[in-house]
Design a protein around this ligand. Structure first.
Ligand code: NAP
Length: 289
């Protein structure tokens, strides 16, 4: 049985939908913190069990009988949360091993590194070390930066017409649906072992480029305004954004400035057999919904 964690979340649920196109429902199980939002999956024949990375016993039950487990990363709130985040992933990896799986998969990220300026990348790098040390066959999916994250970052700019952010760098924005399709292909065809190539969209775009595309798509000007790191921090602080969140946002700009998310790779296109969705396409879709 294939178990997918985080299946009430955006990526996990999309992976389950893609798996359902490839394997019979009775061979798929989900591990979710709350089974209620997954009722519809149960009605379609998917095994739904409660599983929380903070509760090893619940995971043991949720992973029972698994041959493959996709651990969807649970994320961190900030740098201070890294140790707890690693502990959650350690519990998930240990439980997959005890369940006797033949392959464990994990949603890592392009730019994962113990020295990254962006805290989640340190968290992913530490989890990859745990996977290597586990002795299990593993696949670490080096997912590209979500296009959805870019849309969140420019949400306000689309209203005000001003995209105010510190200096940044190009990012190979990647759509959830493409990453989900790739994950389902990797799981069901047992492709790609170890750390995958970066699974990215086909162009790297910085905030200037995003503002230009958004202007075209919306038919009105979105101006990119570069502010200093200090001014950006002050702006966030005056709006009451918690310091941990400000550090996370700044970390993303510092890492992208260094080119950590700039590399475009054809691996995703090969896996899904078509060009990945462009930033422009995803923006258009989000506006029409
Ligand atoms: N590639 C990127 O650009 C990027 C950007 C942001 C985040 N990420 C990472 O990618 C992951 C998946 O993305 P997404 O868009 O699907 O995010 P999402 O919709 O927020 O889903 C995250 C999932 O993680 C689950 N989760 C959180 N804590 C957990 C715990 N203690 N035990 C078990 N499950 C737990 C959540 O469960 P509930 O549904 O019960 O809350 C949720 O289903 C994120 O969690 C984050 O680690 C990647």
């Amino acid at each position: 049985m294939i178990i997918v964690t985080g299946a009430n979340g955006k990526l996990g649920r999309a992976v389950v939908e893609q798996l359902l196109k490839r394997v019979p429902a009775e061979q798929i199980g989900v591990s979710v913190r709350d089974p209620n939002p997954a009722r519809e999956l149960r009605e379609r024949g998917v095994r739904v069990r409660r599983g929380d990375f903070d509760d090893a016993e619940s995971l043991r039950h949720a992973f029972e009988g698994a041959s493959q487990v996709l651990i969807v990363s649970s994320g961190i709130m900030g740098e201070a949360d890294i140790p707890h985040g690693i502990q959650r992933h350690r519990t998930a990896i240990d439980t997959a091993k005890k369940a006797g799986v033949s392959q464990v998969l994990y949603t890592s990220h392009m730019g994962a590194s113990p020295t990254s300026r962006f805290a989640p990348m340190i968290h992913h790098a530490a989890t990859e070390k745990l996977l290597e040390a586990s002795g299990m066959a593993f696949t670490s999916l080096r997912n590209g930066y979500y296009t959805a994250s870019a849309l969140m970052m420019i949400g306000e700019a689309l209203k005000t017409g001003e995209l105010i952010a510190p200096e940044d760098g190009p990012v190979a924005w990647t759509a959830h649906i493409d990453l989900a399709e790739a994950a389902a292909a990797i799981i069901s065809e047992r492709q790609l072992h170890g750390t995958t190539p970066n699974l990215t969209g086909s162009e790297a775009i910085d905030m200037e480029g995003i503002a230009a595309i958004a202007s075209e798509v919306l038919g009105r000007t979105i101006r990119r305004i570069v502010v200093s790191d200090e001014e950006f921090r002050d702006r966030m602080m005056s709006r009451g954004v918690p310091e941990a969140s400000i550090n996370m946002r700044m970390g993303m700009f510092l890492a992208s400035r260094q080119g950590d998310f700039a590399q475009v790779d054809p691996a995703l296109a090969h896996l899904i057999g078509r060009p990945p969705k462009s930033f422009r396409e995803v923006l258009r879709e989000s506006i029409s919904h």
